[in-house]
Design a protein around this ligand. Structure first.
Ligand code: OXD
Ligand code: MN
Length: 614
């Protein structure tokens, strides 16, 4: 009580009282920023059987119920009064009906449990970017994860007092039963719901544990932040922030938006560069440039495939017993150590994983073989455990963004790297035109090509067209907006169905981007943007990987495939005309102009044009 009363904010007190009354926990723990409080929460995660210690000290494992290992898009809904505000894909429902349902689900949901009341900050605490957040949850695992991933914000609430315009994140895992390793997992997945009440800046999440649904500070707060950003003329983006050194040792900060599991985190981890954030950024117009901060301070990373050879830095951080790490949905071996898919060649015969007792060849009820670890198995770790963490992570004014990258999973259209002609062209033909194959980060069928503007579709709390318009205005108001690039790590050779890039090539594209930003690299003009010259790439390949880049490689990777581009434009125009609300008219003009440039090239040079003929 004393901790609550130290914060001079009656609205906060009302909120806490309201949810105590509704959820009826048996006790309430209010966490300040003090390490002892967080130690208590960490211990509670073990005591309440949500995490279990592993062989390496400071490492724990958590399981989500079978079928609760991804974001539940179907049951994630915006609560709105206007029934036609958002596009149908964005999944909205009547606000009153949603609130009634949620109050019904939450009535007495914490009986017999402890409620944790926690305070966090989105963005560095002492900065104009900071948004105070109140997290209420009955899951010590959720609170513990947030402590690893976010800055605590008790001090921020104290300082802002009545002026704190805070987000409310309310979570309950609901009924649980004993799962793998005796850990408690959700038992009521049929009533799993994530409801976002924009009007009250409150998100409710019940009957789920998977971090993407339950960690309020992550994708739930992000949805609220997108709405707030749109009404205040700044941007909340699904973007990493990293620094890349260009020629002569000059550093540039870049942001990058990729759908989940499309190489976003691994891009930030390329050796020799530094990571400032791997998932969510706030961007503001600082007059003469755009600046950005990382909303988080840790990563909730996908662990699949991480191995000591390709991912040395992450590997080192994840295997160090000094570092506090929570692993989820990995295999625990009989000796108490863990294993995940792709970790090394020797797959254990048996252990405990997200399906319970597991042995090689185990099938699920549908007859599908259960992998050793879930494809969306994750780890939570603070960024400061990484050797390559950028020293400006906590800079309250953020970093100057010189380039913005959009990348998706696209096997046949986009070249590995290309720069847009300008901000407007980039936002429309790169960001708003992003399409990608679905992945295991969400429940449902992976591998389906979907439209995902700015890789942010899953989190948009405003109509798609409004969001595109806000992006356009943001850059137009800035004297020196970042340059915009697209990348594609997933281009395939159509005949052999094999990737045309290796895992490490992403570093080459980043270097080219960094040089370009400094006007230190040439480019070849295509109908869709500016691509690297063969000479520049050859030099960068040699410097970065010692590889002798050949003309054949260049031709295979950078040829212009007119037909695929035209099909893409057709698909997007239908979407923006028929499905998207409030499409800015300029989008059609820019797309049509792009089509005309492609048609012109095709008439002159044919369907597939070598970069040497452009
Ligand atoms: C994530 C996601 O976890 O986008 O970052 O799914
Ligand atoms: Mn993400």
């Amino acid at each position: 009580m004393e901790r609550l009363y130290n914060i001079n904010n009656p609205e906060l007190h009302d909120t806490v009282a309201k949810f105590i009354e509704l959820c009826q926990p048996s006790s309430v723990f209010v966490a300040s920023d003090a390490p002892a409080d967080w130690n208590y929460i960490r211990q509670s995660a073990m005591r309440n059987h949500e995490e279990s210690p592993l062989k390496l000290k400071n490492h724990t494992v958590h399981y989500d119920a079978y079928g609760d290992q991804g974001r539940d898009k179907k049951n994630t809904r915006y609560l709105l009064d206007d029934p036609n505000y958002l596009e149908p894909e964005l999944n909205q429902m009547d606000r009153n009906r949603g609130l009634d349902e949620m109050h019904g689900l939450m009535n007495g949901i914490m009986k017999g449990k402890e409620m944790f009341v926690c305070f966090f900050s989105l963005g560095p605490v002492d900065s104009q970017y900071a948004i105070p957040c109140l997290q209420i949850t009955d899951s010590a695992y959720v609170a513990h994860s947030e402590h690893i991933l976010y800055r605590t914000g008790y001090r921020l609430f104290e300082r802002h007092g009545r002026k704190a315009k805070f987000f409310r994140l309310i979570h309950s895992e609901g009924r649980t039963s004993e799962g793998p390793l005796g850990l408690m997992v959700c038992d009521n997945l049929d009533s799993r719901r994530v409801y976002i009440d924009i009007k009250d800046e409150t998100v409710y999440s019940v009957n789920t544990q998977y971090g993407g649904n339950s960690i309020g500070m992550k994708k739930l707060a992000m949805r609220l932040a997108i709405n707030r950003a749109c009404s205040e003329d700044w941007l909340t983006e699904h973007m990493f922030i990293m620094s890349v050194s260009a020629r002569y040792g000059r550093k540039v900060y870049l942001t990058g938006a990729f759908p989940s599991m499309c190489g976003k985190t691994s891009t930030t981890m390329v050796p020799g560069e530094s990571i400032l954030g791997d998932d969510i950024a706030f961007l503001r117009n600082a007059g003469d440039c755009v600046r950005a901060v990382n909303v988080e301070k840790g990563m909730f990373g996908v662990i699949h495939g991480i191995n000591p050879k390709d991912d040395e830095l992450q590997w080192k951080a994840l295997r160090d017993p000094q570092n506090e790490v929570i692993f989820s949905n990995v295999l625990v071996k009989p000796d108490g150590d863990i294993y995940w898919d792709g970790m090394d060649k020797e797959i254990p015969e048996k252990g405990i994983n997200h399906s319970g007792v597991w042995q090689r060849g185990k099938k699920d009820p549908a007859g599908k073989e259960i992998p050793v670890s879930h494809k969306n198995a994750r780890f939570s770790i603070s960024l400061d455990c990484l050797d390559n963490v950028d020293m400006r992570l906590e800079d309250p004014v953020g970093v100057k963004v010189r380039g913005m990258i959009y990348g998706g999973r696209d096997s046949d259209t986009w070249v590995p790297v290309e720069e847009a002609f300008d901000w407007q062209h980039g936002i429309i033909t790169k960001g708003a035109s992003l399409e990608s194959e679905t992945t295991a980060a969400t429940l449902g069928q992976p591998g389906v090509m979907t439209f995902n503007p700015m890789s942010n579709l899953d989190f948009l709390s405003v109509p798609v067209g409004t969001y595109v318009q806000k992006n356009l205005e943001f850059g137009a108001k800035c004297q020196n907006p970042p340059r915009i690039f697209s990348v594609n790590y997933f281009l395939k050779d159509t005949e052999s169905d094999t990737y045309l890039n290796t895992k490490t090539d992403k570093h080459i594209w980043l270097k080219w981007i960094a040089n370009r930003v400094h006007e230190d690299a040439d480019a070849v003009r295509t109908p869709t943007g500016m691509i690297p010259t063969f000479g520049d790439l050859k030099e960068i390949f040699k410097e970065v990987s010692g590889r002798n880049y050949s003309q054949e490689d260049y031709v295979r990777q950078f040829s212009f495939w007119a037909q695929s581009h035209l099909h893409k434009i057709d698909r997007l125009l239908v979407l923006y005309r028929d499905r998207v609300k409030n499409t800015p008219p300029v989008l059609f003009e820019v797309m049509e102009a792009q089509r005309a440039r492609i048609d012109d090239l095709r008439n002159r040079k044919g369907d597939i044009v070598s970069p040497f003929d452009l």
